[in-house]
Design a protein around this ligand. Structure first.
Ligand SMILES: Cc1ncc(COP(=O)(O)O)c(C=O)c1O
Length: 471
C-alpha cells in the first residue's frame, strides 16, 4: 500500500469538500433511511483495495452530511471544525497515540499540560485548576460533577470513590429550570438521578431567579451541589454568577457551571460582563468543538480542586507507571484510559488564532447574531423571541397570528428553509411554543453571511405567508 498516495487522496477529498461547502445546501441531500441504504450491504467476506474503500466511503457518506463546516449552518450549537484544527486532527490520527499516560504518549500528555494552562488563561479561571480533555461538554459536566460528588461527600466523612453511594448521606442538587438536557444525563450516570433535583424558577431568558435560588438554600442542609449555566441553549443567557455563586458558597455548596459555549464569552472583553463572577465557582465545563472550532470530539472539564478531580477520575494499575510531581497523566482527569490525543487540535487552534483571534471570532459571531435579529425584526410577522446577548437567536413566524397558527407557520417556514438549503436552522420549543433556533458559532459566520441568511429566511417566510393566506 502506498501510504503517501492514500493520505494525499484523503486530503484531496477533504479539501474539495471544504472548498465547496459554501455553495452546497447546508443540509444533507439524504435523510437517515437513504443514508442507511447507501451503506447497507452484506458483511464483506473479502477485502477490497483501500483506494476503492476511500472512493466508496466518500460517495456513500457525502450526500448524508450536514454542513456545520459552512457559514450559514445554524443548527443546534455546532462549531465549524476549523481547518487548522482538522489538520492537527489528521496528524493526531496518523500518529496514533494512546493518550492515557505520560510514558505511553509523552508528547500527547505534554501538549495537554500546555493547552490546559492556555485554556485557564484564556477563560480567566483559577490558575490552580486542573483540566481534563473529554469528548464534549456532556462528559466534561459528568467529570466535574463526579469531582463535586466526591468532595461534598468527603466533607461529611463519606468516601464515595471506595464505598459508592450505598448508604451514603443524600446529596441535594440545585439546578435551573432551563438547564441543558445533558446535565440531567450526567446526573443520571452519576447515580444522582435526573429527577431527584431541586429546580429553580427562571426568568424570561432562562436565568435562575436569585431570590428563588436563595430561598432553596434556606431550606436545605447537608452535602449539596448547585449547577449554574453560561449560555442557555435557546437564548444564550448566562446566570448571574455575581449573585448566585456567593449565595451558594455561603452555604458551603459546590458550584458547577455548564459553560459549553457561554464560557467562551470570558475571552471577549466586549462580552465578559455576561459571565462576570464565573471564576468564583468550583468547576466548569466547556467545549472545544463549539467556539474554539476544534474538530469533534473535544470538551474540557475544569476543576479548581485538582485533588478532588483526580480522586474522582484516577485510573491506577500495577502496569501503569505513576506520574511524578510535574508530570501529567491525561487519564487522571477524564473517565477514559485509551483515547485520542485531543490536546493537539486544542493547542493548534489556540496557537493559530491566539487570544485576539478567539476574542474576534466570538465577537464576530455575536455581531452576526445582532445583524440577523435586526434584519428579521424589520419583517412584519417575524418575532425575535430572545434578548440577543450572545450568539443564539430564536424566532417565531406569524407572530401577529393566533398561537397555533404561528406554530404552524413556524414549522412550515423551517421546513421550507431547510428544503431551500441556503441556511440550516432547526426547531425548538421555548416556553411551550415552537421557535426556530439559530446558533451562529462558525468561524466563517459574520455580518455579511448573517444578511444573506436573513434574506433567505424572510423569503421562506413570505412564501409560507402567501401559501397560508391564499389557501
Ligand atoms: C449548554 C450546553 N451544555 C451541554 C451541551 C452538551 O455538549 P456536547 O454535545 O458537546 O456533549 C450543550 C450542547 O449544545 C450545551 O449547549
Amino acid at each position: 500500500m502506498d501510504v503517501g498516495a492514500l493520505f494525499l487522496k484523503a486530503a484531496a477529498y477533504a479539501a474539495e469538500f471544504r472548498r465547496s461547502v459554501d455553495d452546497r445546501p447546508q443540509r444533507p441531500v439524504y435523510d437517515y433511511p437513504q443514508a442507511l441504504a447507501a451503506f447497507s450491504e452484506e458483511l464483506p467476506e473479502n477485502g477490497v483495495p483501500v483506494d476503492d474503500v476511500l472512493d466508496s466511503l466518500v460517495a456513500r457518506a457525502e450526500p448524508g452530511l450536514h454542513m456545520p463546516t459552512g457559514p450559514r449552518f445554524f443548527g443546534w450549537v455546532m462549531g465549524g471544525s476549523h481547518p487548522a484544527g482538522v489538520a492537527a486532527d489528521f496528524l493526531t490520527s496518523a500518529w496514533g497515540q494512546n493518550t492515557g499516560n505520560h510514558v505511553v504518549a509523552p508528547a500527547a500528555a505534554a501538549v495537554e499540560a500546555v493547552a490546559a494552562r492556555w485554556l485557564l488563561e484564556l477563560l480567566d479561571l483559577p490558575r490552580e485548576s486542573s483540566v481534563g480533555f473529554a469528548t464534549g461538554a456532556t462528559m466534561a459536566n459528568f467529570t466535574c460533577l463526579a469531582a463535586a460528588r466526591g468532595a461534598v461527600l468527603r466533607a461529611v466523612d463519606w468516601d464515595a470513590d471506595t464505598q459508592g453511594l450505598f448508604g451514603a448521606p443524600q446529596i441535594t442538587v440545585v439546578i435551573g429550570d432551563d438547564a441543558h438536557t445533558t446535565i440531567f444525563s450526567a446526573l443520571q450516570f452519576l447515580g444522582l438521578g435526573h429527577d431527584r433535583v431541586l429546580r429553580v424558577a427562571t426568568d424570561a431568558q432562562g436565568r435562575m431567579l436569585p431570590d428563588a435560588f436563595a430561598d432553596i438554600f434556606g431550606s436545605i442542609s447537608g452535602p449539596s451541589i448547585a449547577i449554574l449555566q453560561a449560555g442557555q441553549i435557546n437564548t444564550g443567557a448566562c446566570d448571574d454568577f455575581t449573585k448566585l455563586v456567593p449565595i451558594a458558597k455561603s452555604h458551603g455548596v459546590w458550584v458547577h457551571v455548564d459553560g459549553a459555549f457561554g464560557l467562551w464569552a470570558q475571552v471577549s472583553p466586549e462580552r465578559r460582563a455576561l459571565t462576570r463572577g464565573i471564576g468564583l465557582a468550583d468547576s466548569w465545563a466547556a467545549d472545544g468543538h463549539k467556539w474554539l472550532q476544534t474538530p469533534y470530539d473535544c470538551g474540557y472539564a475544569i476543576v479548581r480542586d485538582e485533588l478532588a478531580h483526580r480522586r474522582a477520575m484516577t485510573i491506577a494499575a500495577s502496569y501503569l507507571p505513576l506520574a511524578a510531581e510535574g508530570e501529567r497523566d491525561p487519564s487522571h482527569y477524564v473517565p477514559e484510559l485509551s483515547r485520542r490525543a485531543r490536546g493537539f487540535a486544542t493547542w493548534s487552534m489556540i496557537k493559530h488564532l491566539g487570544r485576539d483571534g478567539i476574542a474576534a471570532l466570538v465577537d464576530r459571531n455575536c455581531e452576526a447574531a445582532q445583524v440577523m435579529a435586526e434584519n428579521l425584526m424589520r419583517e412584519p410577522g417575524i418575532e425575535v423571541v430572545n434578548d440577543v446577548v450572545l450568539n443564539q437567536v430564536i424566532v417565531r413566524f406569524g407572530s401577529d397570528r393566533a398561537m397555533d397558527e404561528a406554530d404552524s407557520m413556524t414549522r412550515r417556514t423551517i421546513a421550507r428553509l431547510q428544503r431551500d438549503g441556503t441556511v440550516f436552522a432547526a426547531g425548538a420549543v421555548w416556553r411551550q411554543r415552537l421557535v426556530m433556533r439559530m446558533s451562529l458559532i462558525n468561524y466563517q459566520t459574520d455580518a455579511r453571511q448573517a444578511k444573506i441568511a436573513a434574506h433567505a429566511i424572510i423569503e421562506a417566510y413570505r412564501n409560507v405567508w402567501q401559501e397560508n393566506d391564499l389557501a
